[in-house]
Design a protein around this ligand. Sequence first.
Ligand code: FE2
Length: 280
Amino acid sequence: MILSDEELAEWDRDGFLVVPGAVGAAACDELRTRANEIVAELDASTVSIFSTDEQTRTSDEHFLGSGDQVRCFFEAGAFDDDGALRAPNEQSINKLGHAMHDLDPVFDRFSRAPIFAGIAADIGVRDPRLLQSMYIFKQPHFGGEVACHQDATFLFTEPQTAVGFWVALEDATIHNGCLWAEPGGHRGPLRQRFVRDGAGGTRFDLLDPTPLPDPASARLVPLETPKGTLVLLHGLLPHWSDTNRSERSRHAYSLHLIEASATYPPDNWLQRPTLPLRGF
Ligand code: FE2
């Protein structure tokens, strides 16, 4: 066992768990270096798909086809009217997604560290499958807000089995856009599902009208986490992060697991036609 009885009780009570020092500084730095290399190597033609007149269609394709790829996603407003990036790649990037853990050796090694497998077993995941990885840059001054959501909206299984492993690759504070979460909020219903609409786009299907907490409400608490901290997130837990208005970036890595035995619907936005789901 890696987690103590107290930590497991916290996880059950709150729907999240902060594990300081789970990942060493050198491993955090190695992942940062690799992510920066991927962005630097980014082919300009990949960027320019956003510059066509059919921006919505190509954006949908770029996004919907990313489940079994390593793709770059840019901050809103990163492109000028002619479709060119206003700033260099490394200052415009919002995130990488969504299969680095299977396709990139550095991300693979980071994602399959024994501590993650051990913690997944501790919280009762019987036969984990690594479904999705995201590298989030949260740039200084404008790194975008992520609105309040439940991860199961995007990673729906029946029954609900999604668990997020979120790692602070740099110190995360209320100033540079740390996570905020609703303690106990994982006991509430799943509000909506994000699905493919069958016409090349996506839509949200409402499942339950209970509103998610307002980010300004006292129900949400900030999770200020030093570099190397792991935050476990239950798939039903409402959480969000603010715009980074500070001078310092807030790089983070997030990896999501599901149970092998759960049903994964074919209309979930994320599909991996070229990659089998694997465990740790
Ligand atoms: Fe999330």
